[in-house]
Design a binder for this molecule. Structure first.
Ligand SMILES: Cc1cc2nc3c(=O)[nH]c(=O)nc-3n(C[C@H](O)[C@H](O)[C@H](O)COP(=O)(O)O)c2cc1C
Length: 220
């Protein structure tokens, strides 16, 4: 697949076929993703590739939290607080497209909650990954991990696979840490749902918009 096509055509996939993914393919994807650049080549990322048993345990633990009104302190603000109007507009458009595709109305709180909960089954993907960052790195290091996770998304496409990055997991950092037993030196960033896209599902059949280059670029 051409690099430019992959960058343009990547989209978040939130419905997957049941088809399993061979471990060899996942290893290949990670073997390409690892070539991401990082300052001083620090490579401050860790990946946890979950089997179905751990995915089920995680889902159950998080859904129990939600159903029992248990909340945890996220490691970062998922959205800015407060959020400026131009960012709010983009978030609003993004929600409108997704809920619109699912025919979930604005005031359908339960429908929206059900969709949020689907994050915690990795949207039915056969593979879920959890990404952590070495706690000691500063803001720039999170950026380096960003290159790595984008590489996972793009490399997956070469194998016909789709992805959805999921910071929703950061709503329950302690539950994820307790289930995966990762080291205190790591901090949870996000999950990645990985699988063969269900192309017939409406949630995979819309595209989010992007600003024009002249809106975010200044040429000197
Ligand atoms: C770090 C990161 C975390 C994200 N977390 C979630 C998430 O928890 N749930 C979700 O449905 N989408 C999540 N997304 C997907 C974004 O909503 C999506 O990338 C954005 O709307 C642009 O759409 P596109 O990916 O289809 O181009 C996340 C994206 C990124 C980069």
């Amino acid at each position: 697949m051409n690099i430019l096509d992959a960058i343009r055509d990547r989209q978040s996939i939130r419905s997957f076929k049941k088809e399993p993914i061979e471990r060899e393919i996942i290893e290949k994807i990670l073997n390409f993703a690892k070539f991401a650049p990082s300052g001083g080549n620090t490579q401050p990322w860790k990946v946890y590739v979950l089997n179905s048993e751990i995915m089920e345990n995680l889902e159950k633990a998080v859904l129990d939290n939600i159903d029992n009104g248990v909340s945890e302190k996220p490691n970062f603000n998922i959205y800015p607080q407060p959020m400026s109007d131009h960012l709010k507009e983009r978030v609003k458009e993004c929600g409108k497209l997704m809920y619109g595709a699912l025919k979930i109305e604005k005031d359908d709180i339960e429908g929206r909650l059900d969709q949020l909960k689907r994050n915690f089954s990795f949207f039915g993907a056969p593979i879920g990954m959890i990404i952590t960052v070495e706690k000691e790195v500063d803001l720039n290091g999170w950026g380096h991990v960003g290159h790595f996770i984008q590489n996972i998304c793009l490399a997956s496409m070469e194998f016909g696979l789709g992805t959805c990055l999921q910071e929703s997991w950061s709503m329950y950092p302690e539950t994820v840490k307790n289930t995966l037993q990762f080291n205190d030196s790591e901090i949870l960033w996000c999950g990645i749902a990985l699988g063969y896209p269900d192309d017939t599902h409406p949630i995979n059949n819309y595209r989010t918009s992007r600003e024009e280059v002249n809106k975010f670029t200044k040429f000197f």
